[in-house]
Design a protein around this ligand. Structure first.
Ligand SMILES: Cc1cc2nc3c(=O)[nH]c(=O)nc-3n(C[C@H](O)[C@H](O)[C@H](O)COP(=O)(O)OP(=O)(O)OC[C@H]3O[C@@H](n4cnc5c(N)ncnc54)[C@H](O)[C@@H]3O)c2cc1C
Length: 426
């Protein structure tokens, strides 16, 4: 292609499309390259998209977008081998002011990409950007099997493995403790059955995080779609390696947990997939701009593991990168100095402020695995002891509960853990 674009965007996920839409709407000449046969073909997640950030591109998008359910309840499950303790927040306000929607990416991403196309961006599917093209130390485009594609600014929105940022020298190979492997199944059930099992009204949904149970297992997730349930586990790659266990075996164990199995009983497996999530946090957000190039979304490690937010950070970084290209074009300056405004925008937004604030959290939990084993196990045990009715007095029960608790974790250990968690989050 001889034409030189204002911007070449690599990847048609939420980050790339948000960038392309922002630039195309301002009249810039934008091309998006997507390696899948269509946007979303290669993408999988749990998961939810968030109203607030999606509306910055598409106001009231739920009226036309292929969404599944709006979330009215957030659940936190603490699992032991044969029981669970459930903390849950359901709020009717989520019915009048939507907060998040479950979606299937294979349906949502093409719809989202069409917005960028309608704004004037060109999307080329089945095209992989294999490398960046450098001229006098500046990135001036990308190499593809169809030929070189040139642009004043290249935006790498190519997801967690981001070949382009590695080729541009912006990032190293990610260490295993910065990445989580998510294994997910989509299980089909009649719509009515899902609503009965999760106590939901029509179109209402649940987003659940499950913590505990099983060696090497950090967390599980469960999202209700219209007539399917997305269910999966997420394991830090280093922990997975240490545990010597296979993800598919862990997934089977998870599905057969006595608290989970009844929710998916008689369900039909529709899809099985695995994907990496860059959950390392702020310390792994390395250089994200250089002469002629910016990195957005997962490629830039913009995932907030605390609340499992990724799509909103991806969209926001895409919009901010797009705004920076618009300014750069006005100034006819695509240097690293000019593109540094993208980093400044991110640093002063919730994206990097949140990641900076919680930068210790990924490391803290990965070096304190008892939060995912001892605590859920003990919480379940104590709840059991309290609920068993026999001839023992309540006073004796409380003493027994205390002694069980202190046998498992010393008073000092408990105090230290509580203080450290409070410090991490405050
Ligand atoms: C199991 C799971 C559950 C999740 N749950 C949630 C959730 O509930 N809420 C949430 O907000 N986030 C969630 N996330 C995270 C979220 O999916 C990501 O943060 C988000 O998709 C990042 O968007 P992106 O555009 O940066 O990258 P991606 O969505 O990964 O898109 C990258 C795109 O680039 C394309 N591509 C890659 N390389 C090339 C190349 N060389 N040339 C051309 N195209 C290329 C890919 O095909 C893909 O379409 C979850 C992730 C997983 C795996």
């Amino acid at each position: 292609m001889a034409e030189k674009f204002d911007s070449v965007v690599v990847g048609a996920g939420p980050a790339g499309i948000a960038a392309a839409y922002t630039m195309a709407k301002a009249g810039l000449n934008v091309i998006v390259l997507e390696k899948g046969e269509k946007p979303g073909a290669k993408n999988m997640f749990g998961g939810v998209i968030f109203r607030h950030h999606t509306e910055q591109i598409a106001p009231e998008f739920w009226k036309t977008a292929p969404i599944e359910r709006h979330v009215v309840e957030y659940q936190y499950w603490f699992l032991s081998k044969d029981s669970h303790l459930l903390l849950s927040h359901r709020n009717q306000r989520f019915n009048s002011k939507y907060n998040a929607f479950t979606v299937h990416r294979a349906k949502f991403d093409p719809w989202f990409a069409k917005l960028a196309e309608d704004a004037g961006a060109t999307i080329i599917n089945r095209t992989t950007a294999d490398d960046v093209i450098k001229e006098n130390g500046k990135i001036v485009g990308v190499k593809t099997e169809r030929g070189d594609i040139l642009g004043a600014v290249t935006i790498a929105a190519d997801g967690v493995n981001s070949l382009l940022s590695k080729h541009a020298g912006l990032r190293e190979e990610l260490p295993p403790d910065a990445v989580v492997l998510a294994v997910k199944e989509v299980i089909a059930l009649p719509k009515q059955k899902i609503e009965e099992r999760f106590n939901l009204g029509s179109d209402e949904g649940v987003a659940a995080m499950l913590i505990g149970w099983g060696p090497g297992m950090h967390a599980g997730f469960m999202y209700t779609n219209r007539d399917t349930i997305s269910l999966g586990i997420a394991i830090n790659l280093r922990d997975l390696d240490k545990s010597g266990q296979r993800p598919n075996v862990l997934m089977e164990q998870f599905k057969s947990h006595p608290s989970i199995a009844p929710l998916i009983l008689d369900g039909e497996l529709k899809e099985y997939s695995a994907h990496l999530i860059p959950e390392g946090g702020y310390d792994y957000v390395s250089r994200i701009h250089t002469d002629g190039m910016m990195v957005v979304g997962d490629a830039a490690m913009l995932v907030n593991a605390v609340n499992w937010e990724g799509t909103n950070l991806a969209m926001t970084s895409g919009i901010m990168a797009g705004q920076t290209v618009i300014e750069a074009k006005k100034a006819n300056d695509f240097s690293a100095r000019m593109l540094a405004k993208y980093r400044e925008r991110l640093e002063s937004s919730f994206v990097l402020r949140d990641l900076r604030k919680y930068r210790e959290i990924p490391k803290f939990f990965s070096t304190n695995p008892h939060f995912f084993s001892l605590y859920p196990e003990t919480m379940n045990e104590l709840a059991y002891m309290w609920h068993v009715v026999d001839d023992e007095t309540k006073e004796a029960k409380i003493k027994e509960i205390q002694s069980t608790l202190f046998k498992r974790r010393s008073r000092l250990g408990l105090l230290r853990d509580a203080y450290r968690v409070w410090r991490l989050f405050s």
